[in-house]
Design a protein around this ligand. Sequence first.
Ligand SMILES: *[C@@H]1O[C@H](CO)[C@@H](O)[C@H](O)[C@H]1NC(C)=O
Ligand SMILES: *[C@@H]1O[C@H](CO)[C@@H](O)[C@H](O)[C@H]1NC(C)=O
Ligand SMILES: *[C@@H]1O[C@H](CO)[C@@H](O)[C@H](O)[C@H]1NC(C)=O
Ligand SMILES: *[C@@H]1O[C@H](CO)[C@@H](O)[C@H](O)[C@H]1NC(C)=O
Ligand SMILES: *[C@@H]1O[C@H](CO)[C@@H](O)[C@H](O)[C@H]1NC(C)=O
Ligand SMILES: *[C@@H]1O[C@H](CO)[C@@H](O)[C@H](O)[C@H]1NC(C)=O
Length: 223
Amino acid sequence: MTRAASWLCLILLTITLMPTHCDKKARPVFTKCGGRFNDTHGYFHTPNFPRRFPVPIRCQWIIEAPAGKAIVVYLTQFYLRAGLTASEHAYFVNDTHHYFIKDIGLISFDKRLLYVKSVKPVLLLELSLDEMANNNMRVMDYYLDVFGFNVTYEIIDQDEEFRSDLCSVYNCTFNGDCYASREFLNYSCQCLPGFYGEKCQFGPYCDPKANVSLCDGGLQCSQ
Ligand SMILES: *[C@@H]1O[C@H](CO)[C@@H](O)[C@H](O)[C@H]1NC(C)=O
Ligand SMILES: *[C@@H]1O[C@H](CO)[C@@H](O)[C@H](O)[C@H]1NC(C)=O
Ligand SMILES: *[C@@H]1O[C@H](CO)[C@@H](O)[C@H](O)[C@H]1NC(C)=O
Ligand SMILES: *[C@@H]1O[C@H](CO)[C@@H](O)[C@H](O)[C@H]1NC(C)=O
Ligand SMILES: *[C@@H]1O[C@H](CO)[C@@H](O)[C@H](O)[C@H]1NC(C)=O
Ligand SMILES: *[C@@H]1O[C@H](CO)[C@@H](O)[C@H](O)[C@H]1NC(C)=O
C-alpha cells in the first residue's frame, strides 16, 4: 500500500469507528443543583421546574434545623415517581463526611405523600436519576407536562402537627397547583385557566354556574 492509501485507510477507519466510540462515552452528570437551607422556611425545586431537567442528574438538598426542632418538607408540587430519596443525619458536610442516622426512603408521586418530616438536625433529599424514562408523572388531560418538583420546607416544633391547609396536586383535582402564600402563612390551590373552586374541582366538564355536569358516569359534580 502506498503511504497515501494507508493514510486514507486510517482516516476512513477513524470515521467508521468514531460514532461507536462516541456512543460509548458516558453523558456528563448534571450536578449544578440542590442546595443548603437553614432558614425557618423556604422552597426549592428541580432545575427548570416545571420544565424538563437535564439527565443524568445528581442533586442534594440539605435542610438544617436548630437543636430540638423538626424539619418538614411539604410536597406541594411533586411529580417524580423515582429517583428521590430522603435520609436523616446528625450532621452532613459532604458524601464522605456525615453522620447518617436513618433512611426515610423513596419519595414517590405514587405514594401520595403530603409531607416528609424529620426530628433530626439534618434532612437530606437526594435526587439521582439516569434517564427520564417513565419516572415523571404526566398530567395528561390538560396537555401539561410537569417535570420534577417544587416543594416548601418549614422548621417546626418537634411535637407540632403538619399544617391542616396543606395541599398537593391531588387536593387541587389535578386542575391546579398548590402554592404557599407569601410569608408561608397559608397554602392553597391556584387553578389552571378555565377551572375554579377551592380544589379547582369546577371547570369545563363540571360547572354548576353554567349548569354543566359531564362527570364520570353522569354523576353529580362533588363539592
Ligand atoms: C445558615 O447558613 C449560613 C450560610 O451557610 C451561615 O452563615 C449561618 O450561620 C447559618 N445560620 C444558622 C442559624 O445556622
Ligand atoms: C468532605 O469534608 C471533609 C471535612 O470538611 C473534608 O476533609 C473532605 O475533603 C471532604 N470530602 C470531599 C470529597 O469533598
Ligand atoms: C389533601 O389530601 C389529603 C389526602 O390525599 C388529605 O389527607 C388532606 O386533608 C387534604 N388537604 C386538604 C387541605 O384538603
Ligand atoms: C414554587 O413554590 C413556591 C411556594 O409555593 C412558589 O412561591 C413559587 O412560585 C413556585 N415556583 C414555581 C416555578 O412554580
Ligand atoms: C392565612 O393565615 C393567617 C394566619 O394563620 C390567617 O389569619 C389568615 O386568615 C389566612 N388567610 C387566608 C386567606 O386563609
Ligand atoms: C339545569 O339543568 C337541569 C336539567 O338539564 C334543569 O332541570 C334545570 O332547570 C337547570 N337549571 C338551571 C339553573 O338552568
